[in-house]
Design a protein around this ligand. Structure first.
Ligand SMILES: C[S@@+](CC[C@H](N)C(=O)[O-])C[C@H]1O[C@@H](n2cnc3c(N)ncnc32)[C@H](O)[C@@H]1O
Length: 221
């Protein structure tokens, strides 16, 4: 199979802080997601739910949600090493026992997972790739939506946020064309306001896009 186009930018910026480098060596191996097919429920047999976050950045959202919901298993995928280091520091600070990380592309994690094993899927402020010639690098593509549909349980939610108007339109158009998903919005405030339990992310706070954040929630039918 052809390698999918790269959807992320750099995988490393500055050198990791000493603590983060130590956590990469000592903590990451113990909470790395398996690299062969697995059922996430085996990682935490008492888990009430399994949530997945693609591109968690520095992990503020992932780890805050994990601290709030110790009975849920959180899977996160992120190829950016400095983000992983920051996320590991949050996990270590909060002594979280319910997070497993995939240090790479979410599209190399999802094929390892069985059908209908995920209760919630987050994609928060993905790389926007605003230039026309780069749009094919956006994570939201029909193949990715089909894979999300395969993973999500009936009724499970996929939440997407962006502050690029054109990426919101792009995403909405593609999900509305996917019979496996239903857009849950009933009124404008449903996409203009963050979800009640939202945790502000680092990228969101930077306000680098061309509009206020747009919050799209889709239910697996
Ligand atoms: C703009 S940043 C936003 C990070 C974080 N969600 C936030 O809101 O602060 C997008 C992140 O998605 C990651 N990313 C891009 N493509 C990805 C992929 N295919 N799998 C996993 N992560 C990806 C990038 O490395 C980057 O850290």
């Amino acid at each position: 199979m052809d390698q999918p186009l790269r959807t992320y930018g750099r995988i490393k910026s500055r050198a990791l802080k000493p603590r983060q480098a130590r956590l990469m060596d000592q903590l990451l191996p113990s909470l790395a997601a398996p690299t062969t097919p697995f059922d996430p429920r085996e990682l935490k047999p008492d888990a009430a739910e399994v949530w997945l976050e693609a591109g968690f950045g520095a992990g503020e959202h992932l780890t805050t949600q994990a601290a709030r919901r110790p009975d849920t298993l959180f899977l996160g995928a992120e190829p950016f090493v400095n983000g992983l280091g920051a996320c590991l520091a949050h996990i270590d600070d909060a002594k979280l026992q319910n997070v497993r990380l995939h240090a790479g592309d979410v599209r190399s994690l999802t094929p390892l997972l069985p059908n209908a094993c995920i209760d919630r899927f987050y994609i928060l402020f993905p790389d926007p790739w605003p230039k026309v010639r780069h749009k094919k690098r956006r994570l939201i593509q029909p193949d990715f939506i089909a894979e999300a549909a395969r993973l999500l349980k009936p009724g499970a939610l996929l939440r997407f946020a962006t502050d690029w108007a054109d990426y919101a339109d792009w995403t909405l158009e593609r999900f509305l064309a996917a019979p496996a998903f239903r857009w849950t919005a009933e009124r404008a405030n449903d996409w203009r306001r963050p979800w009640a339990d939202h945790v502000t992310t680092r990228y969101e706070a930077k306000r680098l896009g061309d509009c206020a954040p747009i919050w799209l929630e889709f239910a697996r039918v």
